[in-house]
Design a protein around this ligand. Structure first.
Ligand SMILES: Nc1ncnc2c1ncn2[C@@H]1O[C@H](COP(=O)(O)OP(=O)(O)O)[C@@H](O)[C@H]1O
Ligand SMILES: [Mg+2]
Length: 375
């Protein structure tokens, strides 16, 4: 995936002026550790007071229809703000992302170079974490994403744009993997025979959630679809998850995908590209905390969804593993790689996580049951 070059402060000044911000531009610099978009913190002096904004260049290689992404985000954030207002919440602009519109009143700015930009109110006094710090934090993250799902659960008419179709469709992802194996354009299949066999041995479970969805046992909902730890802002003072961010992939989906992806990222004991696989496993203390927080917030779960919570963690982890494996076979075209074999390393951690979750499957089921019993 082509990386977008960094914008200079002079360029940022011009871009920021397209939005409804007032006062004097002071500066702009790259911000955060996101991998998809190109993020900047912009500083303005407004009547002598310093104000920050968050300016993002949308990755239009990944999101090919930025206007649809922005329409979704505008609807979602306005909907959440209205709910918070009705609840009497006072610090709404810290509790949901707030888009700053362009001077033409649009939620996105298209610049002369063909880039798409958006601007948000900067959430002060809170930050995101790449590595989980404690089980308590996992609980708060689980609850924050559940609250988010809860607040957008009635945002169904009209259906949100499906900005990346079939995003979590494991069967399709597996078909793409099989095509990549058959083509083997870079003669790499020989390096990953074991990984391919591991995936193939489990392929009969890949359609389980979508089949149950088709039967009406699991509903389609509005979901976040990128429920990584670092997409929740935690309050510096209280540690609480105050604001769910990174809303590009909010679209119709399954709540279970969101829960599963939380488990994949927040229960992992090591980095996504750790090479020492003995360090890679799913931590049950984290899973327990996450399940507790999520179940407390996700009061809407149906019986079908409750039955698949533990399974969803394995399925989503497998799906990401399949995507890394496919990208390796296709010559590393989607995920940025920093070293040869980087995608294989990432694939191996995911498959090791799947194995770890399989080994602890009974315990995971018991944890889910206990978490559901307390709400
Ligand atoms: N409104 C905001 N206020 C303050 N910080 C933000 C805001 N939005 C995003 N960030 C910071 O920028 C980082 C990257 O933003 P994100 O939308 O998650 O981009 P990516 O899609 O690249 O992950 C986040 O992890 C967070 O630390
Ligand atoms: Mg992010």
């Amino acid at each position: 995936m082509a990386e977008l070059g960094k914008a200079t402060p002079e360029e940022l000044k011009g871009i920021a002026s397209a939005f409804q911000v007032y006062g004097d531009f002071v500066g702009g610099c790259p911000y955060g550790s996101g991998h998809i978009n190109d993020t900047y913190q912009i500083t303005y002096s407004v009547g002598g007071a310093k104000m920050h904004y968050l300016l993002q260049r949308i990755n239009h290689h990944v999101f090919t229809q930025p206007q649809n992404v922005q329409q979704n985000i505008l609807r979602v954030t306005r909907h959440i703000a209205a709910k918070l207002r009705a609840q009497g919440v006072e610090d709404i602009s810290r509790r949901t992302l707030t888009l700053i519109l362009t001077r033409e009143g649009e939620p996105v700015h298209h610049d002369d170079a063909g880039n798409w930009w958006r601007m948000y109110v900067f959430v002060e006094g809170a930050k995101t974490y790449d590595q989980i710090q404690s089980a308590h934090q996992a609980e708060l993250v689980g609850e924050a994403f559940a609250d988010f799902q809860n607040m957008v659960s009635d945002l169904t008419d009209p259906r949100l744009h499906e900005t990346i179709p079939h995003f979590h469709d494991t069967v399709r992802r597996f078909e793409t993997l099989q095509q990549a194996i058959q083509k083997d354009a870079f003669n790499r299949a020989k390096d990953v025979r074991e990984e391919i066999a591991f995936v193939e041995a489990r392929s009969d479970t890949f359609g389980r959630l979508l089949e149950r969805c088709a039967k009406g046992e699991i509903p389609e909902r509005v979901t976040h679809n990128d429920t990584k730890l670092n997409n929740v802002m935690l309050d510096d003072a209280t540690g609480r998850g105050i604001c769910v961010i990174d809303l590009d992939t909010v679209m119709p989906g399954l709540a279970l995908y969101d829960f599963g992806d939380m488990c994949r990222t927040s229960t992992a004991n090591a980095a996504e590209d750790e090479r020492d696989l003995s360090k890679v496993y799913s931590r049950m203390d984290m899973f327990e905390a996450l399940a507790k927080g999520y179940c407390r917030g996700a009061k809407f779960l149906t019986a079908g969804e409750k039955e698949e919570l533990a399974f969803s963690a394995r399925l989503i982890t497998m799906t990401i593993g399949i995507r890394f494996l496919t990208d390796y076979l296709q010559g590393d075209v989607y995920f940025n790689v920093k070293r040869p074999g980087h995608n294989v390393d990432r694939c191996r951690t995911q498959l090791k996580m799947v194995r770890s979750m399989e080994e602890q499957a009974e315990q995971m089921e018991a944890i889910v049951k206990a978490a559901l019993a307390t709400v």
